[in-house]
Write a protein of this length. Structure first.
Length: 307
């Protein structure tokens, strides 16, 4: 899927969400057969537009219309934009990297994310964003206190030229008083594909650190939250950019007055605008309400690992 969501990408994304929430077509051989025919044409097998029964399309149209009504209701109604605070990213028309044409440059994003999560950076956030990130990727329900942390970007675990995008490590104290070490590796993809055995190489490079940490997570950060294809042991969690910036912005209420807050706002707007093609600042009823819903009301962390 393209990093920038075009009409076809939006349709597929909408279809996945609607079908996941609706049982209208479950078990419908006719509908599934029509979808298969469309797919074959998309692959170039046939070259002609398949004839699909109007009744089937009419049923699908009804499901989509109802799903969109419900999606708009979930984000606060058709006037949801006016209900958001004036400094909300969705009401901002300025992208942090847009003017530099860096909106889809992976290193710009990963260096920024590392800076935002670095407790010692001059943004003034301390451990706030690192804390919500760790809570997210480790799926922690209990409270914990970060005792030690190091966040670096573009780190190599050996003499090779391969560098993982973000390397985070440290110590925390859990609510029961237990002290543990933790390690997180983040590999991000926006437009580029994985190189041969890329994630597998990172597993090997950082094997010792992964094994020695009390808790470790390998995160594959993408536009659509897909799994990596180059992992050798498949111990990677999937995470989308929109999910990540959503939890970051939800923490912004605790960052009022901090020097880096405006930077965070413009960065979040940039992700929504440049990566997801959401027209922040000038939204209308034609905008992608499902993606906007993902940002305003994200579900629980959907990443899964294959042990």
């Amino acid at each position: 899927m393209s990093a920038q969501f075009g009409r076809a990408d939006r349709f597929i994304c909408d279809l996945q969400k609607v079908c996941a929430a609706s049982q209208a077509f479950t078990g419908s051989e006719k509908f599934l057969s029509n979808l298969d025919r469309v797919h074959q044409v998309e692959l170039g097998m046939g070259g002609m537009i398949p004839q699909i029964a109007p009744s089937t399309l009419g049923e699908l149209d009804k499901v989509f219309k109802q799903a969109k009504i419900e999606a708009i209701s979930q984000i606060g109604g058709s006037d949801y934009l006016e209900k958001l605070p004036a400094n909300h990213p969705l009401r901002c028309s300025v992208s942090l990297f847009g003017s530099l044409d860096f909106g889809l440059r992976e290193t710009a994003h990963t260096r920024t994310l590392a800076w935002l999560m670095d407790p010692f950076a001059n943004h003034g956030f301390g451990v706030s964003l690192l804390w919500v990130f760790l809570k997210l990727v480790f799926s922690l329900d209990d409270d914990f206190q970060i005792e030690k942390a190091e966040v670096r970007s573009e780190v190599s675990g050996d003499e090779s030229r391969d560098r993982v995008d973000i390397h985070l490590s440290g110590m925390w104290t859990r609510s029961g008083g237990k002290v543990e070490s933790w390690l997180v590796l983040v590999e991000a993809k926006i437009e580029a594909d994985e190189s041969l055995d890329q994630c597998g190489k990172y597993e090997s490079q950082f094997r010792q650190g992964i094994k020695s940490a009390d808790m470790a997570r390998l995160i594959f950060l993408t536009t659509d939250g897909r799994r990596p294809t180059s992992a050798s042991r498949h111990k990677w969690d999937s995470l989308s950019f929109i999910r990540l910036v959503s939890v970051f912005w939800k923490e912004s209420h605790a960052l009022m007055g901090m020097q880096g807050l405006e930077f965070l706002r413009l960065y979040v707007t940039g992700v929504l605008t440049d990566v997801y093609n959401i027209q922040c600042g000038k939204l209308s009823s034609k905008d992608h309400v499902y993606l906007i819903g993902d940002f305003l009301s994200p579900g629980s962390f959907g990443g899964k690992r294959d042990e």
